[in-house]
Ligand binder design. Structure first.
Ligand code: SF4
Length: 187
């Protein structure tokens, strides 16, 4: 095994949630059990428009192997995915398309902006480029870099997993979430 490969952490095993255990039994809350299942079975929808998408391909391939985190099943249908990964420069013309895809995803759903372009427009401070996807959809995690290395993308996935695992089952019905959606003119 090369030195580079040795430095990659493999494989991951899901941590047991907090709970009470004894001989032959383990009890936890439904919220923690649902969080555990959700965070380890995220189905990403790759919205890749340029170079950052190539880094994502490397992240999916054998060396970095995103499948270790339960995310090997990519979905190119918004109705069958719960993690929107936006990777690349997003032109203003694509803004409404991205928004439509986000709206079509079922709740609960999460979003990662991968790389400088998706997060802020990157080096393209021009009339045609969206200066960050959070102008059209809410973003949960931003991954910096131009491009970010696969390790950084994995770090973004781990941060999303942390959010997903700890999210309250009531969050999507809360006033704060409703207000967030209203900011984006979404129901
Ligand atoms: S952040 Fe850099 S690598 Fe990623 S899409 Fe923009 S220009 Fe390309």
């Amino acid at each position: 095994m090369s030195e580079r490969n040795e430095n990659i952490i493999k494989p991951t095993i899901a941590d047991t949630p907090e709970g009470i255990s004894g001989q032959g039994f383990f009890a936890t809350s439904i919220e923690k059990a649902v969080g555990l299942a959700r965070k380890n079975s995220l189905w990403p929808l790759p919205f890749a428009t340029s170079c950052c998408g190539i880094e994502f391909m490397a992240t999916m391939a054998s060396t970095y192997d995103l499948a270790r985190f339960g995310s090997e099943r990519l979905s190119f249908s918004p109705r069958q995915s719960d993690l929107l990964m936006v990777m690349g420069t997003v032109a203003k013309k694509m803004g409404p398309v991205l928004r439509e895809i986000y709206i079509q995803m079922a709740e609960p759903k999460w979003v990662i902006a991968v790389g400088a372009c998706a997060s802020s427009g990157g080096i393209f401070d021009t009339y045609s480029v969206l200066q960050g996807i959070d102008r059209v959809i809410p973003v949960d995690v931003y991954v910096p870099g131009c491009p970010p290395r696969p390790e950084q993308i994995i770090d973004g996935i781990l941060k999303i997993q942390e959010l997903v695992g700890n999210e309250s089952l009531r969050r999507r019905n809360s006033q704060a979430y409703e207000d967030l959606m209203k900011q984006y003119n979404m129901e």
